[in-house]
Every structure is written in C-alpha cells, then in structure tokens.
Design a binder for this molecule. Structure first.
Ligand code: ATP
Ligand code: MG
Length: 238
C-alpha cells in the first residue's frame, strides 16, 4: 500500500495532566474519506490540531506526508484545513481574506476567484465577513482550504451551518477529491450525512480509538451507522 497521507502513532495530548487524546493510532491513505466521530469532548478537534501542528503532542507522533506539519515545504499546497471557530477579521471582505492567504503562500492570484466560485461565494465575496452568515463563513473556510489545491483535507465539522445545497455540494466535492487521489479526514456529529459521504469511520471517546471500520463493514453488519455508533460509544459509557 502507498505511504500514508496522514498518520498518528501513540498520539497523546494531556491538558493539566488529563489526557484529551490518549495513545491514538491510525493512518489515512490517498483516495480515502474518513469520518472522525465521537461524543463532545472526545478529542477530535485536539487530534486535528495536533496533525496541523497547532498544538504539540505530550507523547507520540502526528505526521502528514511523512513529516510533522511544521516541516512541510509547502504546507498550503499539501494540506487544506477548516477548523472550528475560524477566526476571520470582520472588517475584511471574503475576497481579501482569501487573497491575503494566497499572497502569503505564494499562490497565484487567479486562484482566489476560482476557489470563491468553487464554494459558490462569488456573489458575496466583496462584502465584509462580519456580515456573513454561519454557512457563508464555512464556505469561506473551505475556499481558503482549497486554495493550494492540497492532497489532504482536514475538516472539523464542515457541514455545520451549511444549507442543504451546500451539504450536497460538499459531499459531491469530497467524492471527486478522493476519486482524484486526495484524502479527507472529516469530523462530524451528523451521522446520516457521514453515512452517505465517507468510506470509513474512526470512532473515538475519551481520546481513545474505539473503532476503525469501513462503511462496507458497517453495512454488512446490518445496522445503520447511528446504531453502530451508539452501541460502540454507549458500551463504554455504561
Ligand atoms: N486548550 C485546551 N486546554 C484545556 N483543555 C482542553 C483544551 N483543548 C481541549 N481541551 C479538552 O480536551 C478534551 C477534548 O476536546 P476536543 O475539543 O478535542 O473534543 P471534540 O471531540 O472536538 O469535541 P466536540 O465534539 O464538542 O467538538 C475536552 O475535555 C476539552 O475540554
Ligand atoms: Mg471539536
């Protein structure tokens, strides 16, 4: 099999001595869309932040394309990310946000209009972000993630706030992206949507991996993803 696009090994992150991510190991390969699931506080966002070098592991490793994120030569061209609480300057327009990032990453300016069009934000791109709706902000986050035409997308609850057309678009987009060899790690609580859009699920709780199963395996067991998820997470809670 090809080298993993993202890989965590024995990854542990503690806050004040309490583990948020606890000896987590998994690998993600090109062409795969993996859903990253787990209850509130399970450690999903922390894991994604560790992969993106936004926090340092207490122990273990988090690598993308075989290296720590900080050691990538051209991170924007390798990894695109949308995290929770994306922080956009409210007085800047959407277009300027994307342009600033393009400039700082050495990406040609023609790509700015292209990604804004891709996420269907062209019509409001010259409005200030302070006046954007939640879904518009999500779309703007996606536009910035796609700027460098990356091969790995790390998305933290990207469908929050998206309208049905947006959810439909994202599902189709991620599938095309993976068909073209890209890898996606996407956290979500919307299991009905996850069921339709991913190849594989990683379920964690209290920072630990509880399941790593393909959707084919889950379907073979006869249950819905929701039934599987509840059985796995509640078995631990009880
Ligand atoms: N900077 C921090 N300082 C202290 N504790 C933190 C910090 N970041 C996360 N935590 C704790 O780590 C645990 C995991 O949080 P995390 O945000 O990774 O969960 P999550 O799976 O993303 O949850 P949700 O589904 O609610 O987004 C929680 O107990 C949280 O309180
Ligand atoms: Mg989270």
């Amino acid at each position: 099999m090809s080298a993993p696009v993202a890989e965590v090994e024995g990854l542990t992150k503690s806050f004040g001595g309490v583990p948020a991510v606890d000896h987590l190991s998994f690998a993600l390969h090109g062409g795969e869309i993996a859903g990253f699931l787990g209850p509130n506080g399970a450690g999903k966002s922390t894991t994604l932040r560790l992969l993106l070098g936004l926090a340092a592991p207490t122990s273990g490793t988090a690598r993308v394309f075989g290296r720590r994120y900080a050691d990538l030569d051209e991170p924007t061209r390798s990894v695109g990310a949308v995290l929770e609480f994306a922080d956009f300057h409210p007085n800047r327009t959407g277009r300027n946000h994307v342009r600033v990032l393009a400039l700082s990453s050495g990406i040609d300016e023609h790509r700015v209009a292209e990604v804004l069009e891709l996420v269907d934000l062209s019509a409001v791109a010259d409005r200030k972000v302070g006046g954007y709706s939640l879904g518009m902000r999500q779309r703007l986050g996606l536009a910035t993630a796609l700027l460098g035409d990356p091969k790995l997308l790390i998305l933290d609850e990207p469908i929050n706030g998206l309208d049905p057309a947006g959810v439909h678009w994202l599902r189709a987009f991620l599938r095309r992206f993976a068909d073209g060899g890209g890898a996606v790690l996407v956290s979500s609580h919307v299991l009905a949507e996850v069921e339709q859009s991913v190849d594989r699920v990683l379920i964690i709780n209290q920072g630990r991996l509880l399941a790593d199963q393909s959707m084919t395996e889950i379907a073979r067991d006869g249950g819905s993803l929701e039934q599987t998820y509840l059985a796995i997470t509640q078995a631990v809670a009880l």
